[in-house]
Ligand binder design. Structure first.
Ligand code: GLY
Length: 580
């Protein structure tokens, strides 16, 4: 089973020099792939020869291809896609937020997770969202500038351009600058989420001015222009990320945040660092999975679930039996998420144990083949609910460089607060911390010491950008969806293993279990009536929802046939996958 290296890390201070790579020329990943190819004597293409980009918005997908056409690589395209999404999809991500970019460099197999996760300001305290009765003030935790961590996206994009791209940061940001100036038409998902966020957006004049028309949601097709955001992006391109973290944009942000009740300081902005982390690696059925490491919980949970499931012949089981076993693996991984996962710079996360086969063997032994384990029979606590924001994109370039990136401002339009003159909302990622032990956050997720609020700590995430690599084919996938991200990615991985293509992974009806509440939630079509009866007979509480969740975007390179394909989740009207 997978050898999980201890997390390695390099920090990228903004004005400080930093190391170019995490590891010597050939990473374990390259050795693994080379070994598999040698062992199978496979004749597999070295390079795809075509590029594929799948993202949550057609303008972002096109921005990525535009940069590839100008001679950029997948890493430059990732900057262009991230920045374009930061303009057209502020429902889900932006330069007021952060994310994880998992990179694979084709020439030497080097892989890294660029951690641009938000960071708590130095004045943050464990009890900062508790009222005089010790209860969490949910409004403060998610609305307005006190909910915002120091954003990491600009620092991450600059880091990627400097260390991995071929083009300048300004060249890769150029499509986003143009889109911010020329505008984009309101689309269905944007319209819907703006409706949900409307009462909170209205509290902040700059956000209202940017997104509303006469104080209300604009009609579909109305063109939104964000000239202030165009200026910010243009200045970052021309002057570097220092203008954002140490220069007058930093001063503008800190002043605006503090005037509206936030606690950021100039020192918090200047102290923000990108961290390069070793991704989580595991193996499943002969494929290597490369995915997000802490402060994401996603990779650890995915490795744990796959390790539990691997000995079972899932493809040959009847569908209810298969779903039962998958759910039992989900239940156990989410229990461990609540108990053990947090920012590894502040809490000793037992990654090696949680992702080891020994540990999975023990968990598997406790799974009854035909009876649900009540969650309260496992040690832990209760909580959890789903979320629908955040964004994911997948990129493969013609040389075989790959990017899987999941980015977020947390809830729809983040904390909905915009500093006047900037054109972008700030995140409410502080709510991904555990504001009070065992108390659910906006996604119903609970946490304890590992994810308690501390100055300069990064909140635990579920974002799980993932590569699946084998000698015959390579997949790139991920999705938004709050606490459901991890189980959606698991189902996508298993669908890849079943031989399906990205359009199938992204369309598949989904089911989810997160330990507590102790129930399976399922999209319509995930189970037949007979399968629902069988699962209920095993003791599962199954709730079928008319609501659909996720917005998955995936890419597949079949190395044997040379075919490259991509899929964009049909659950959103704006997503687009383009291969060319
Ligand atoms: N804000 C959602 C996540 O990072 O999981």
């Amino acid at each position: 089973m997978g050898q999980i290296p201890s997390p390695d890390r390099r920090r990228s201070g903004l004005s400080r020099p930093f190391a170019r790579t995490l590891a010597p020329a050939l990473s374990r990943a390259a050795v693994f792939c080379a070994g598999l190819l040698f062992a199978l004597g496979a004749v597999a293409a070295d390079k795809p020869g075509k590029a594929a980009i799948a993202s949550a918005h057609y303008l972002a997908t096109e921005a990525g291809h535009e940069v590839l056409d100008k001679g950029g690589n997948a890493f430059d395209a990732a900057i262009a896609v991230s920045a374009a999404l930061a303009v057209v999809e502020q429902t889900s991500s932006g330069i007021g937020g952060g994310g994880f970019w998992v990179l694979h460099r084709a020439e030497d197999g080097f892989e890294v997770m660029v951690d641009g996760r938000e960071q708590a300001p130095a004045a943050a305290t464990r009890d900062m969202y508790l009222d005089e009765n010790g209860d969490v003030n949910r409004d403060l935790a998610v609305n307005g500038p006190l909910a915002a961590g120091v954003p990491g996206e600009i620092a991450a994009l600059a880091h990627i351009a400097e260390h991995y791209g071929k083009l300048s940061l300004a060249e890769s940001l150029a499509p986003a600058v143009r889109i911010a100036r020329e505008g984009f038409p309101v689309y269905e998902k944007f319209h819907t989420i703006l409706g949900w966020a409307l009462p909170h957006i209205k509290r902040w004049p700059a956000a209202s001015e940017a997104f509303l028309v006469d104080g209300d949601i604009p009609p579909m097709g109305h063109v939104i222009r964000l000239p202030d955001l165009a200026v910010v992006l243009e200045r970052v391109g021309a002057e570097g990320p220092e203008v954002f973290y140490e220069g007058d944009i930093a001063r503008q942000l800190v002043e605006g945040v503090r005037e509206a009740g936030g606690i950021w300081t100039l020192e918090d902005m200047a102290a923000y660092e990108v961290v390069e982390r070793e991704p989580i690696r595991t193996e499943y059925n002969g494929y290597e999975l490369v995915t997000a490491s802490p402060p994401s919980s996603g990779g650890v949970a995915i490795a744990e679930m796959l390790n539990i499931l691997e000995p079972w012949p899932l493809a040959r089981l009847d569908r209810a039996q298969r779903a039962h076993l998958i759910v039992e693996a989900m239940r156990r991984a989410y229990r461990d998420r609540a108990l053990y996962l947090g920012d590894p710079d502040f809490f000793s996360v037992p990654v090696e144990r949680l992702t080891s086969q020994y540990y999975a063997d023990g968990l598997r032994a406790g799974i009854h083949p035909s009876k649900a384990t009540p969650s309260n029979m496992l040690p832990g606590n209760d909580g959890f609910r789903e979320g629908s924001d955040t964004t994911h994109f997948s990129i493969l370039d013609a040389d075989g460089n790959m990017v899987a990136a999941t980015l977020t401002v947390n809830l729809g339009f983040g904390n909905r607060f915009m500093v006047p003159g900037t054109g972008f909302v700030l995140n409410n990622e502080m709510d991904d911390f555990s504001a009070k032990e065992g108390e659910p956050n906006a996604f119903g997720l609970i946490g304890f010491e590992a994810n308690a609020i501390e100055p300069r700590k990064r909140p635990l995430s579920s974002m799980s950008p993932t590569f699946i690599k084998g000698p015959d084919k390579v997949g790139i996938l991920g999705t938004p969806g709050g606490s459901r991200i991890i189980t959606m990615v698991l189902l996508g991985i298993l669908d890849f293993m079943d031989g399906n293509d990205p359009e199938h992974w992204v369309s598949l009806p989904r089911f989810h279990h997160q330990y507590v509440p102790d129930r399976i939630s399922a999209e319509e079509g995930a189970f037949t009536d007979e399968e629902l009866d069988a699962l209920r007979a095993m003791g599962h509480d199954v709730q079928v929802s008319t609501r659909r969740w996720g917005n998955m975007h995936g890419v597949l390179w079949n190395r044997e046939t040379g075919a490259v394909s991509a899929g964009s989740d049909p659950r959103s009207d704006a997503g687009r996958a383009i291969v060319r």
